[in-house]
Design a protein around this ligand. Structure first.
Ligand code: UD1
Ligand code: CA
Length: 455
């Protein structure tokens, strides 16, 4: 007999009625990723021959999100229960396959647990866990110490069965020949009036076959998500795990209960993270980086020794070493700060490169700009980069001093070492080393009186 190949079937056609949402449940987000992404990531490490996902008829959004994952989508037109869902995939599963069955709404089952089920050579294996409160779950009825005779759904359980705290996680492994034999025997004579996958257990054990329980200790890994409340609980547990892993690697996280990672965070030594930060996508924090409270950092690299102060928002940017950002700074995509740059409060930077030692300390917008070294950008400076149709660049060379409240109308070049007088609107290129000004001269009106009406 040729070797059995592994195929995976994920059941995800349920309505998610308890979430009262129009979004398919497996698209609900946990730690920044759809539930199904978490499960697929684990499944893919097993190298299965095929992954089948059973979905409802209104699942176009799902197919779009996961179009690159090589999934075989199976439609369950009528939702008639988990057993019925699996039946829909059967014709697509190759003969002589071992089938790993997963529920789309139990997203954190690890590859390690999946393997422990696949490894056994029994007709049917079921992953179980003991819960303090088993309400809502299918109860595991054992016969003897090491075999399962039945799974009773919560709504079908009698008083004694309801007391059982070992529950069905929904993860099962069986070979496809057995499934082809058992599934047509399912009946809907239960409280839900559905064809229940869990009834495979009594069918198999009724035929005197061994149904093997694999009991895990880790209730988090197998937790099902049926409501937003359960989703929030799982989110916190997962975040706590991420925070603890980072702390074990030497990151100083002030409060793991107020830490959120929605992607991947890689940290150097002596990184300090204050409370209420959100990290999204791929974020790298170099040695000694400090992140103040209430910041959001998305797909960015922050190089050693830099400090991001409270309430800053960074996306798609690179912060060079020994720089200072914030408080209340916004760095938008395409921002590159070289070394020892200072970006202060209420400063917005977009698609701009800022040279070593340059400072923009207050109330400024720098967009589509190339700024040299040791430049001082005064408070209230604005690069006017958009003329209503096109975007234009501003170039400010080394050692320029831009006075406060200056409007730089792009495209424009400010030559090295020049000074722009405060309050100027600069529309023409400025030569190196000059003082450029564009202001109405100040005048004093002698004998000026307020009009009578104003009083
Ligand atoms: C299911 C199990 C229960 C187990 C629990 C673990 C059954 C009958 N019950 O209950 O024993 O303790 O999971 O979390 O299997 N689905 C379909 N088509 C359908 C119905 C459901 O694809 O017609 C999918 C859902 O999208 C979901 C999964 O199957 O991802 C489980 O369905 P759900 O209704 O959430 O089952 P539970 O009541 O949680
Ligand atoms: Ca469920």
């Amino acid at each position: 007999m040729s070797e059995q190949k592994l195929e995976v079937c994920i059941l995800a056609a349920g309505m998610g009625t308890r979430m009262k949402s129009t979004i398919p449940k497996v698209l609900q987000v946990l730690a920044g990723k759809p539930l199904l992404s978490h499960l697929l990531a684990s499944v893919q490490t097993l190298g299965p021959k095929k992954i089948h996902v059973v979905v409802g008829p209104e699942s176009e959004s799902l197919k779009t999100v996961f179009c690159d994952d090589g999934i075989n989508w199976v439609t369950q037109t009528e939702r008639r229960g988990t057993g019925h869902a699996l039946m829909q995939a059967l014709p697509d599963i190759a003969d002589n396959s071992k089938v790993l069955i997963l529920l789309g709404d139990a997203p954190l089952v690890s590859a390690r647990l999946m393997k422990s089920l696949i490894e056994g050579d029994t007709p049917l294996s079921v992953l179980t866990v003991c819960l303090d409160d088993p309400t809502g779950y299918g109860r595991i009825v054992r016969s003897g110490s090491d075999r399962i005779s039945q799974i009773v759904e919560d709504r079908d359980a009698n008083e004694a069965q309801a007391e059982i705290n070992e529950i069905n996680t929904g993860v099962m492994v069986a070979d496809v020949q057995s499934l082809r034999e058992w599934l047509p025997q399912l009946k809907s004579d239960n409280a839900q009036n559905e064809l229940l996958l869990t009834d495979l257990v009594s069918i198999a054990s009724g035929a005197d076959l061994y149904v093997r329980p694999v009991l895990t200790e880790d209730a988090v890994e197998v937790a099902g998500v049926n409501s937003f409340e359960q989703l929030a609980e799982l989110e916190r547990v997962l975040q706590r795990r991420y925070a603890h892993d980072l702390m074990n690697e030497g990151v100083h996280i002030v409060d793991p209960e107020r830490f959120d990672l929605r992607g991947h965070l890689s940290c150097g030594r002596d990184v300090f993270i204050d409370v209420n930060n959100v990290f999204e996508g791929d974020v790298t924090l170099g040695d000694g980086v400090r992140i103040g409270a209430n910041c959001r950092v998305i797909n960015s690299v922050i190089e050693p020794g830099s400090v991001i102060k409270d309430h800053s928002h960074l996306e798609g940017c690179q912060v060079g070493p020994e720089s200072q950002v914030g408080p209340f700074a916004r760095l938008r995509p395409g921002t590159v700060l070289r070394e020892s740059v200072a970006i202060g409060n209420f400063v917005e930077v977009k698609n701009s490169e800022i040279g070593k030692g340059t400072k923009a300390s207050h109330l400024t917008y720098l967009g589509d700009a190339s700024i040299g070294e040791s430049v001082n950008i005064g408070a209230g400076t604005i690069t006017c980069n958009y003329d209503g149709i096109d975007k234009h660049r501003t170039r400010i060379e080394d050692h320029v001093f831009v006075g406060s409240n200056t409007a730089l109308v792009a495209p424009v070049v400010i030559g090295a070492g020049s000074i722009i007088g405060a309050g100027s609107t600069i529309t023409k290129d400025v030569k190196e080393g000059v003082l450029a000004l564009s202001r109405v001269k100040q005048k004093s009106v002698i004998n000026w009186k307020r009009s009578e009406d104003e009083k």
